[in-house]
Design a protein around this ligand. Structure first.
Ligand SMILES: Cc1cc2nc3c(=O)[nH]c(=O)nc-3n(C[C@H](O)[C@H](O)[C@H](O)COP(=O)(O)OP(=O)(O)OC[C@H]3O[C@@H](n4cnc5c(N)ncnc54)[C@H](O)[C@@H]3O)c2cc1C
Length: 448
């Protein structure tokens, strides 16, 4: 029986989708897939992938051009990928910003981008209200904790850079140990970094709600319809074909399974778990109320869910040959290490059981920079490479890609992630595996 109590009325297939994450499991609506594409059809824009990126792109295209005929083909169901599995931090804290701020050529655009990213958090909340999407949106900020002087120093540098470019406290603020512990009772925290620009969300509810909203606006969404080949003006699926003026790719980590795209991104996994619901007194003692996100500089991120559990995740691995793994059962070494990490941060959880564990893959470009791309001539576009922090940026990427497709001259199309060439390819194996695991180990020992 699922958390939502509806699985007994569902097919095995829908139940298998629930098993992908606690977020999907706890959704009340049915997860039976929409009908697949079984014919050849024509439309204005074809989108491959119904995660946040594909769905937001469709959403904004329809906002600007309500008559546009849009088809989305999705390999499984909307929200099956990272969008239905992530940690639920919808955040304006993003590593890419620092790269763009450091570069004099992208600095001014980066400042505009950061302002837009901050505004995007509230905007997602507003769109959820207007579209009737109840994703447990809790706009209470993000507290990040440092466990030692080096980590505190990194936060302090980040606060300095952000302040210098127009984002001082209260946008981004360094906190001492006492102030940090008032926000979250993480064992060993010696300092913290707080931003109010973060909302905790139930990500699968957001993805499924967006899918409903775009379908209500006339978008045709075909589920269980994997694209097997992309050509100019054509998406070939396992049982159908979509002919389109413009073809857009929004398949993130899974793109590595599409012919011709194998080395464009590397699938990096992250692992998640949720605990059983905590007593109100324990929620309060751990500083988890109001429901804000927390993260540790070392590793680990999470928040209190609307039903009083801790959802907690930690970085995972890259698997040889860009394999995408789904083996994150409660007894696996991967999950046990996350479980151990959570109880190190919150020793008071020792008697609270874990109820669900899962994992997912995100897409990492070779240059570690997210991108929004449209080839005007071929009418082929792609937004992705969001890495570990794409919940809010994927909304912006969707809007930017929509502007490019429609030829709108907005400030978005001049943002630093709008590129005219795709990121460099990843190395062939075994170099790819050696490089990624080597860099990961290096960063664990010598954080940047
Ligand atoms: C475990 C985990 C935790 C994370 N935590 C956070 C967090 O707390 N905060 C944050 O900001 N970000 C987080 N992220 C990253 C964030 O989830 C992603 O950046 C974001 O969801 C990317 O959305 P997307 O639509 O680009 O990709 P996805 O959600 O992966 O969507 C891609 C879709 O394409 C479909 N697809 C794939 N191949 C095909 C094909 N051939 N044909 C048709 N459809 C196809 C897939 O089934 C999938 O539905 C996390 C990611 C993971 C995996």
């Amino acid at each position: 029986m699922s958390e939502a109590g509806v699985s007994s009325m569902e097919s095995d297939l829908a139940r298998s989708y629930r098993a992908q994450s606690y977020w999907l499991d706890s959704i009340e609506e049915s997860l039976e897939p929409r009908p697949p594409l079984e014919q050849e059809l024509q439309c204005d824009v074809a989108i491959v992938g119904a995660g946040f990126t594909g769905l937001w792109t469709a959403y904004f295209l329809k906002q600007h051009a309500p008559d546009l005929d849009i088809v989305i083909v999705e390999k499984e169901i909307a929200g099956f990928g990272a969008s239905g599995r992530n940690g639920g931090a919808c955040s304006a804290w993003w590593d890419a910003i620092f790269r763009w701020l450091r570069n004099p050529e992208t600095r001014t655009a980066a400042v505009h981008f950061q302002r837009r990213l901050i505004d995007t958090i509230a905007r997602i909340g507003e769109i959820c209200v207007s579209e009737g999407i109840d994703c447990h949106f809790s706009h209470e900020g993000l507290i990040m904790t440092a466990a030692n002087a080096e980590e505190a120093q990194q936060f302090s540098k980040a606060a300095h850079v952000l302040a210098k470019h127009g984002f001082p406290a209260p946008d981004y603020e360094m906190l001492d140990q006492a102030a940090t512990r008032e926000l979250v009772a993480i064992d060993g925290a010696c300092a913290g970094f707080f931003t109010p620009h973060n909302a905790a969300v139930q990500p699968a509810r957001l993805a499924r709600g967006l899918a409903k909203a775009v379908c209500a606006n006339g978008v045709r969404l075909f589920e269980r319809s994997p694209a097997v080949k992309l050509e100019d003006g054509r998406v070939v699926t396992d049982r159908g074909v979509v002919r389109a003026d413009t073809v857009l790719l929004a398949a993130e980590a899974y793109v590595t399974k599409l012919a011709g795209f194998e080395r464009q991104l590397a699938p990096i996994h992250s692992r998640m778990l949720v605990t059983a619901a905590l007593d109100q007194s324990l929620q309060e003692a751990l500083g988890l109320l109001p429901r804000r996100s927390f993260a540790m500089a070392g590793d680990g991120y999470g928040h209190l869910t609307a039903d009083g559990r801790i959802a907690f995740g930690a970085r995972g691995s890259y698997y040889f040959g860009s394999r995408i793994s789904n083996s994150f059962g409660p007894q696996t070494r991967d999950t046990q290490s996350v479980w151990q990490l959570l109880r190190t941060y919150f020793p008071a959880l020792r008697d609270v059981p874990m109820t669900h564990s899962w994992g997912g893959a995100m897409g990492l470009p070779r240059d570690e920079l997210p991108f929004v791309f449209l080839d005007e001539k071929r009418r082929f576009g792609w937004a992705g490479g969001h890495g570990p922090a794409g919940v809010a940026p994927s909304c912006m990427a969707g809007e930017t890609l929509a502007d490019l497709v429609l030829g709108l001259d907005t400030p978005h199309v001049r943002e630093p992630w709008v590129v005219d060439a795709l990121p460099p390819l990843w190395e062939l194996e075994p170099l790819r595996w050696l490089g990624i695991t080597g860099v990961k180990t290096w960063r664990q020992w010598f954080p940047a």
